[in-house]
Design a binder for this molecule. Structure first.
Ligand code: FUB
Length: 301
C-alpha cells in the first residue's frame, strides 16, 4: 500500500513538471512565448498549435501557461484561457502577453471577432495562472480592419502603460491605470521600425527602450530589434538577432531573471513539427557592453 501511495505521488508530480531542454514544452505544440516575472517566478504564456491538417493554418483555441524558478524545471500550469471565454470572438487564440498591476493580472490576447476581423481583447485574473475572464465584453482594440494581432504591454517607471501590436504596421496606445481602457487615439508608428512585420515585444533596460519584433529573413521570418530614448519612438534599427528554424514564423520575448538575460522564441523543432506545429524555446544571452543584443544561436539539446 505504501508503495502504491509513493507511486501515485511520484506520477502526479512528474505529470506537472516538464524538464526543460529545448523545446521547453515537449507535450504540446506551442508558440508565441511571452514571459512575465512575478514573485521570483518566471511565467511563460504560450499559444497552442492545434492544427490537425484541418485547414493547415494557425488553428489555435487556448492559451497555456508554464512556470519556472530556475529556467530548467518547468511546471505545466495548464490552459489558462480559451477564446470561448470571449462571447464576441469566433476563434484564433493567437499571441498574448500578461502583466501584473493593481493586484491583478491582465492578459492581452489576439482574437478574431464575429465579423472576421483580427482584434485585441483583454482578460483579467486574481492569479497569474487564471482563471481569466473577459474584462470588457468587447475587443479593447478593433482598429477598422487593420491586422490587430500580437499585443505587447509595458509599464514605464512613471506608471504610464503602453500597448503595442500589429501585423504589417505597428500601432500603440497609452493605456489608462485600469489597464482595460486607453486615452487618446491609436497611433500608427511612423516611420515603422525597419523591416517590421509582427510580434512586437517592448521593454526598457538602462533607460533605453527596446522594440523587438519579427521581420523578414532569408528563409522565413527573423527577429530584429530597434531602440529609442522614448517608449513611442522614433525607433533606430539595430539589425537581426535570430533566424527562424523549421517554421515560417518566429516570435520574441525577452526577460531578465535572477541576474541573467533570456530570449524566448519558437521553432518547428519538435518531432512532426513545422510552421503550424511550433515549439517554444529559450536561450540565455549576454548584452554587449554598449547595450546592443548579440546574434543569438539556436540550441537544441
Ligand atoms: O501564432 C499565430 C501568429 O503567428 C502570431 O500571432 C504571429 O506572431 C505568428 O507567430
Amino acid at each position: 500500500c505504501k508503495i502504491l501511495v509513493l507511486l501515485l505521488i511520484f506520477t502526479t508530480l512528474f505529470s506537472f513538471v516538464c524538464y526543460a531542454d529545448n523545446p521547453i514544452v515537449q507535450t504540446y505544440y506551442t508558440a508565441d512565448p511571452a514571459s512575465m516575472i512575478y514573485n521570483d517566478t518566471c511565467y511563460l504564456y504560450v499559444t497552442h498549435d492545434e492544427d490537425t491538417t484541418v485547414n493547415n493554418f494557425y488553428t489555435m483555441n487556448e492559451w497555456r501557461c508554464y512556470s519556472t524558478t530556475d529556467m530548467v524545471n518547468w511546471k505545466d500550469c495548464g490552459s489558462v484561457l480559451s477564446y470561448k471565454t470571449f462571447s464576441w470572438a469566433k476563434g484564433d487564440a493567437w499571441a498574448a502577453q500578461c502583466i501584473p498591476r493593481n493586484g491583478k493580472f491582465y492578459l492581452y490576447v489576439t482574437l478574431t471577432n464575429q465579423y472576421g476581423a483580427r482584434t485585441v481583447g483583454v482578460a483579467v485574473s486574481d492569479s497569474p495562472t487564471g482563471p481569466f475572464k473577459d474584462a470588457l465584453g468587447k475587443p479593447l482594440i478593433a482598429n477598422n480592419g487593420a491586422q490587430d494581432i500580437d499585443p505587447t504591454v509595458f509599464i514605464d517607471n512613471d506608471g504610464q502603460a503602453y500597448l503595442y501590436w500589429g501585423n504589417g504596421n505597428a500601432y500603440y496606445v497609452k493605456l489608462n491605470q485600469d489597464m482595460i481602457s486607453y486615452s487618446g487615439s491609436i497611433v500608427q508608428v511612423n516611420p515603422k521600425p525597419s523591416g517590421y512585420i509582427e510580434g512586437p515585444w517592448l521593454y526598457k533596460r538602462n533607460n533605453v527602450y527596446y522594440l523587438v519584433y519579427a521581420g523578414m529573413g532569408s528563409n522565413g521570418e527573423n527577429i530584429q530589434y530597434a531602440t529609442s530614448n522614448s517608449p513611442t519612438g522614433p525607433w533606430t534599427s539595430k539589425g537581426a538577432i535570430m533566424n527562424s528554424k523549421n517554421s515560417f514564423t518566429i516570435h520574441p520575448a525577452i526577460t531578465d531573471f535572477k541576474g541573467k538575460s533570456y530570449f524566448f522564441y519558437h521553432t518547428g523543432d519538435l518531432p512532426g513539427g513545422g510552421s503550424y506545429k511550433r515549439s517554444v524555446c529559450v536561450e540565455e544571452f549576454k548584452y554587449n557592453s554598449d547595450g546592443t543584443i548579440p546574434t543569438i544561436p539556436i540550441t537544441k539539446t
